[in-house]
Design a binder for this molecule. Structure first.
Ligand code: AMP
Ligand code: ZN
Length: 113
């Protein structure tokens, strides 16, 4: 837990949020500023500053498995969806706690901006 991290506070319940998924290691909630009909953030409860901070590759696999489960839960597994992990300054990362964006409910353009 990082004291000044908003996502740590959401994961611990210090900041109330409507969690749409939670297990022992991961939680998911709707993005405050949705960019698609479905825009969910999936985060590990453990504080990792970014993807670069993760040493155990199994964490990343399990994070993506959680995203797959949530896509089914939200009814978009069949129509498809996109995952985005912004990393660092040029990656556009604004919250320094590893998170996967899960976007769906419409066709996703390519390339992203
Ligand atoms: P990124 O730019 O990849 O770091 O994404 C951070 C995302 O977190 C943005 O899409 C924000 O809209 C979202 N966000 C920031 N604070 C909150 C919050 N308290 N609850 C839900 N989403 C948030
Ligand atoms: Zn954190």
């Amino acid at each position: 837990m990082s004291d000044d991290c908003v996502f740590c506070k959401i994961a611990s319940g210090d900041i109330p949020a409507a969690l749409i998924y939670q297990d022992e290691r991961f939680v998911a909630f709707h993005d405050l500023s949705p960019q698609a009909p479905v825009h969910v953030l999936v985060i590990p409860r453990t504080h990792y500053t970014s993807l670069m901070d993760v040493k155990d590759a199994a964490v990343l696999g399990d994070l993506l498995e959680a995203a797959k489960t949530i896509s089914s839960q939200l009814g978009i597994a069949g129509t498809g969806w996109r995952t985005v992990i912004n990393t660092g300054q040029d990656g556009g990362q604004t919250v320094m706690h590893l998170h996967v964006h899960l976007l769906g409910g419409r066709f996703m353009q390519w390339p992203p901006g």
